[in-house]
Write a protein that binds this ligand. Structure first.
Ligand SMILES: Cc1ncc(COP(=O)(O)O)c(C=O)c1O
Length: 391
């Protein structure tokens, strides 16, 4: 069947692909230790589920306004006020079907063909494809494990050109867990304003930051630079709500209006029931979120203690999210020459599912998710270490 030319610009998501391969092997009866998941292994907290059940019983089951009901948009602004002390008007929020769709709609509303978008690498798999679908050109800005996978203003300045329209900053990062301090974000903001570049700040892991690092959001920049920053977030990761598909963008009201126009011609609005659940999540008790965060921190430390025993691996300690991104290229051989071959060998021979770093623009690494129970994590990393030791 002949499909549109634009399908050449986009590949299936590598992370979802690896999860599907692991699930296939499991169906064939193979025991797979899965470190490929990009989602919390926890259940959605009870008070959030209760709000959704009540919405159904109250027959809150019809179309809603395109950017979301007032109270749901206000729940997002309340969250930013309570968490970061940033007051925002309701008109600066649109609710979207997941953070992914916020980014997709945003790029469609913002970018023109010929414009360039700086994408610090390693990057989340979907950014380059989404930028290309919007007709613009993604420009990777490399970082290194030695620098904790963080880019500096100097790195960005070297990559920027007069056609650079936007920079995608993802902190804490998928796949590296790297997290920018508030001071680093401020420096990047000043640089972007001076060059008239819009920062798209993907903060979907914003609650998963591990002390001594402190949470930091670009939302604080709105007051001074409302036309140079858009924050994207969502409930999937922090609230264990991947299946509910609740994301949002916070930005200049005229940009949010443009995104609403696009959304009115695509998804109309996000699920009405999920909006009620989002209000409960964003304005309700946060102790369940804190429990999950502490569990992730403990697992990060457990995983790092095992990875430290792998002699030739280089793995910075990430300050957030639930991923580790060890550099394993010192183990590569003629038979296992890159991250794809290594991930495949790990799956086939050690029964451990990972995601090859090449999908994130860094072929020296593989991504490991520690969003799994301690026993699986320990078993998987031990099996992985044994496998690497034999290469
Ligand atoms: C960096 C990043 N941004 C955005 C998303 C989108 O998440 P969702 O669409 O589930 O809200 C993900 C999910 O993996 C992510 O890792």
């Amino acid at each position: 069947m002949r499909t549109a030319l634009r399908m050449r610009l986009v590949a299936p998501s590598a992370t979802l692909g690896m999860a599907a391969k692991a699930a296939d092997l499991r169906r064939q009866g193979k025991a797979i230790l899965d470190l490929s998941a990009g989602e919390p292994d926890f259940n959605t907290p009870d008070h959030i589920k209760a709000a959704a059940k009540k919405a159904i019983d109250d027959n809150f089951t019809r179309y809603t306004p395109v950017p979301g009901i007032h109270t749901a948009r206000e729940a997002v602004t309340a969250y930013y006020k309570n968490t970061y002390g940033v007051p925002m008007p309701r008109e600066s929020v649109i609710l979207t079907s997941g953070g992914k769709h916020a980014l997709y709609t945003l790029f469609m509303a913002l970018l023109n063909p010929g414009e360039e978008v700086l994408v610090p690498a390693p990057y989340w798999v979907s950014y380059p494809d989404m930028v290309r679908l919007a007709g613009a050109t993604p420009v990777p800005v490399p970082s290194s494990p030695e620098n904790g996978f963080l880019v500096t203003v100097e790195d960005l300045d070297r990559a920027a050109t007069p056609t650079t329209r936007a920079l995608i900053l993802n902190s804490p990062s998928n796949p590296t867990g790297a997290h920018y301090t508030a001071a680093a974000l401020d420096a990047i903001m000043d640089w972007a304003v001076a060059r008239d570049i819009i920062i798209v700040s993907d903060e979907i892991y914003d609650r998963l930051v591990y002390e001594p690092a402190k949470p930091a959001s670009m939302a604080g920049c709105f007051a001074l630079h409302p036309e140079h920053v858009v924050v994207v977030g969502g409930l999937s990761k922090s609230f264990a709500m991947t299946g509910w598909r609740v994301g949002y963008a916070l930005g200049h009201p005229s940009l949010i209006r443009a995104m609403s126009t696009l959304q009115s011609q695509s998804t109309s609005n996000i699920c009405s029931i999920a909006q009620k659940a989002a209000i409960a999540a964003l304005t309700g008790p946060m102790d369940c979120v804190e429990e999950m965060r502490l569990a992730f921190k403990r697992r990060r430390d457990l995983a790092l203690s095992i990875i430290k025993t792998w002699e030739k691996a280089l793995c910075p300690t990430p300050d957030g999210a639930f991923y580790l991104f060890p550099c394993l290229s010192a183990y590569y051989t003629a038979a296992v020459p890159d991250s794809t071959a290594l991930s495949e060998a790990l799956l086939g021979e050690a029964g451990v599912a990972t995601v090859p770093g090449v999908a994130f623009g860094e072929d020296r690494c593989v991504r490991l998710s520690y969003a799994t129970d301690d026993a699986t994590l320990e078993k998987a990393l031990t099996a992985m270490g044994d496998f690497l030791g034999k290469l």
